[in-house]
Design a protein around this ligand. Structure first.
Ligand code: ZN
Ligand code: FE
Length: 256
């Protein structure tokens, strides 16, 4: 089995478009469809044909290109069964614990609702690749538009034990702003300090900070670090329930 190839490019202003390719079976999928133009251009550059769109959630900057791409390519659209009515052109409905066979690669589907109802992520365990949409960002997590902190906290635990080497491909380049917030709640975290410096260098050079790894996220992402004594102290919740620490961290970020 050949390795899953991931091709990353910018869509809209700060979304990432992703194409994944299974060369053994000449299959290509887009992870979300922020807009058709850049996705078609990327397909042309790579000489690939679009077979599937895997949607993480319904927001326009993730599904706005669905219909145009489906008309052009006849691709199959995969999305959450819990939000099917808001995923344009959906063909295949999946939910938590399901898997999607992409040629010789398997994506496990986890429900990570919270940012929206029916937000799913795609985890290719054998390839060490996670597409986390707007649920888990580099150094951040999605704003809770349609869910509660308790729900999001519970759902994030589905990812917490993924292997260190797992590459985390999130849907937006928000990392520099996320780093500023992360430093405000964990200023003495040395790995975070080092990461923030690297992020500044990458962004100054116009380079992406994505993907990151689960190892790095566990060590530096405040939304995965409710058990950190320093973070707890800085949100004035020492010894509190972890879900309450998470909720307060999310609330502070909303107002940062
Ligand atoms: Zn979104
Ligand atoms: Fe988004």
């Amino acid at each position: 089995m050949s390795k899953l190839e991931v091709h990353q490019f910018i869509c809209l202003s700060d979304n990432y478009g992703y194409l994944i390719h299974d060369s053994d079976n000449d299959l290509t999928a887009a992870i979300d469809a922020p807009e058709a133009g850049p996705i078609n251009k990327a397909l042309e550059e790579k000489g690939w044909k679009l077979n599937h769109i895997l949607n993480t959630h319904h927001h326009f900057d993730h599904s706005g290109g669905n219909v145009e791409l489906k008309e052009k390519w006849g691709c199959t659209i995969v999305g959450s069964k819990d939000d099917a009515e808001r995923i344009p052109g959906i063909d295949v409905e999946v939910g938590d614990g399901d898997s999607f066979e992409f040629g010789s690669h398997t994506a496990q589907v986890y429900d990570l609702s919270g940012h929206t109802r029916g937000h799913i992520v795609f985890y290719f365990a054998e390839d060490d690749v996670l597409f986390s949409g707007d649920a888990l960002f580099a150094l951040g997590c999605g704003r809770l538009f349609e869910g509660t902190p308790q729900q999001m906290w519970t759902n994030l635990q589905k990812l917490i034990d993924l292997p260190d080497a797992t590459l985390v491909y999130c849907a937006h380049e928000y990392t520099q702003a996320n780093a500023a917030f992360a430093l405000s709640v964990e200023p003495e975290n040395e790995q975070l300090q080092a990461r923030a410096k690297e992020i500044d260098v990458l962004r100054a050079e116009g380079k992406p900070t994505v993907p990151s790894t689960m190892k790095l996220e566990r060590a530096t992402n405040p939304f995965l670090r409710a058990s950190s004594p320093q973070l707890q102290a800085n949100v004035s919740l020492t010894g509190a329930e972890l879900v309450d620490v998470f909720a307060e961290t999310r609330r502070l970020k909303d107002n940062f």
